[in-house]
Design a protein around this ligand. Structure first.
Ligand code: GAP
Length: 445
């Protein structure tokens, strides 16, 4: 994992938030390459959910919501972790932290930080929602929360979307947006953070058909993830047992990936029954039932949810793409060397092609600039004339750039350039006028 974190920083994928001030715990910023990679993943998700389906509508609800939303959703009462404090060193831990020896609250309970016995408090529930105040007065009545999931923005807009889009059940609402959780044991880079993005879709169905739709969405989501190019053997399902199920869930499956720190969830598919709409109906006093005009019956729709983390999916894509390989030196020396390469699916790669003049003379930089200017109208491309060609290839391998375009001595004679494939290292000659079509053909999918 350290190697990936260091590559992410070196190449401009992910930086620690407020690093010059010593960093802010478990909050991360996306650099020039990271923002492109995450955007490409989100765009692919949006396209598959909203553009390619006529039964799903998009939404962008605000982060701040009426505080009653979080009472109705169960988050005020139940979105908690049990915590213990050390009265001696003032550190705070999750009560189930495996490093704690003995029983917290008892004389044998030992603080994992300072080692003192008997100073740990008995577990207390700690709510994970960030609180803030709305308006100028910091009083209890003005408390609002930073949303801990995007789903609630969808439920409270269910009627608005239904009526304005003239959809009929079954139909879905999809949203991508920020969520915040005051996690107690965050960590593992961008795996568990306090500010993150979710890509959530809530599918509203007739009660009784929820089981079938649950299976449908499980299959769809796995297909989508595999199509990101993730190795199948690194993916598995985990069904929640009775004690793991969230307060709203009738049934739930996680999609797990084998990260360098072990198997962990990065997406959940949940059968939420009618919990959410019934609760919002009860707390708001607004009718949220649906009139089925074919049978003239009314019901509160059940919800099947697909809930993915944009950051965790980005981490899965990065971990899965990271390879170290022994390859032939590409500056012509007769030796092998180790290269680090991100074998990203071309459609996800932040930079699609890099343009290199082989040497900075004989008109090559001028041609290179012309090729670059032409391509950048269509693709995110990069121009690099610094260092040996082998070094320039290596830098782009680490960025996951699928194609390297080199202007060489032959270019002035026949207007062809070489195109190097990141994965096979093979080079082909392509007419400089045909590069746009070449890239279009090879980047799709
Ligand atoms: N609406 C249901 C829901 O929020 P969840 O399992 O708590 O379910 C769904 O979260 C997804 O959101 C997770 O699979 C993960 O990808 C992402 N996620 C949750 N907490 C996160 C955190 N602290 N940091 C990064 N991603 C997180």
């Amino acid at each position: 994992m350290e190697k990936l974190v260091s590559l992410a920083k070196r190449r401009g994928f992910v930086f620690q938030s407020s690093e010059i001030y010593g960093g802010l715990g478990s909050v991360w910023d996306y650099g020039p390459l990271g923002v492109e990679l995450k955007k490409n993943i989100k765009e692919r998700w949006w396209r598959s959910m909203v553009h390619e389906r006529e039964d799903i509508e998009g939404l962008d609800a605000a982060i701040l919501m009426h505080p009653k939303v979080w009472e109705a959703s169960g988050h005020v009462a139940g979105f908690t972790d049990p915590l213990v404090d050390c009265k001696h060193c003032k550190n705070r831990f999750r009560a189930d932290d495996p490093k704690i020896k003995g029983t917290p609250g008892q004389p044998d309970g030992q603080c994992p930080a300072c080692g003192t016995k008997g100073t740990l408090t008995a577990p207390r529930q700690f709510n994970l929602m960030f609180k803030t105040f709305m308006g100028p007065v910091e009083e209890d009545a003005a408390v609002i929360f930073m949303r801990p999931e995007t789903a609630q923005g969808i439920y409270v807009n269910y009627l608005n979307v239904l009526q304005s889009s003239r959809q009929k059940v079954p139909f879905g609402i999809a949203q991508i947006g920020k969520a915040f959780r005051n996690e107690i044991t965050p960590g593992n880079f961008i795996f568990r953070t306090r500010e993150f993005e979710q890509m959530e879709m809530q599918y509203f169905v007739k009660p009784g058909s929820d089981g079938e739709w649950f299976e449908f969405w499980r299959a769809e989501r796995m297909k989508w993830i595999e199509a990101l190019g993730i190795r199948k053997e690194k993916l598995r399902w985990h069904q929640h047992g009775k004690t793991e199920l969230a307060h709203y869930a009738k049934d739930a499956y996680d999609i797990e990936y084998e990260f360098p720190f072990g198997w962990n969830e990065f997406e959940g598919i949940h059968n939420r029954g009618d919990f959410d709409l019934s609760r919002h109906q009860e707390y708001s006093g607004k009718k949220l039932d649906y009139l089925d005009t074919t049978t003239n019956t009314r019901f509160v729709p059940n919800v099947v949810e697909t809930s993915a983390g944009a950051d965790r999916t980005t981490l899965v894509v990065l971990c899965d793409a990271y390879r170290e390989e022994a390859v032939k030196n590409e500056d012509g020396a007769d030796k092998e060397e180790l290269r680090v390469v991100l074998k990203l699916k071309p459609e996800l790669a932040p930079i699609k092609a890099a343009v290199f003049p082989l040497v900075n003379k004989d008109g090559m930089p001028d041609v290179g600039r012309r090729v670059y200017d032409d391509l950048r109208k269509r693709f995110n491309v990069f121009y690099d004339d610094g260092g040996s060609i082998g070094r320039r290839y290596r830098r782009q391998d680490e960025a996951g750039t699928p194609f390297g375009i080199t202007i060489d001595g032959q270019t002035s004679q026949d207007q062809t350039v070489t195109v190097r494939d990141r994965d096979t290292l093979k080079q082909v000659r392509v007419g400089s006028g045909a590069l746009v079509d070449y890239l279009k053909d090879h980047l799709a999918g």
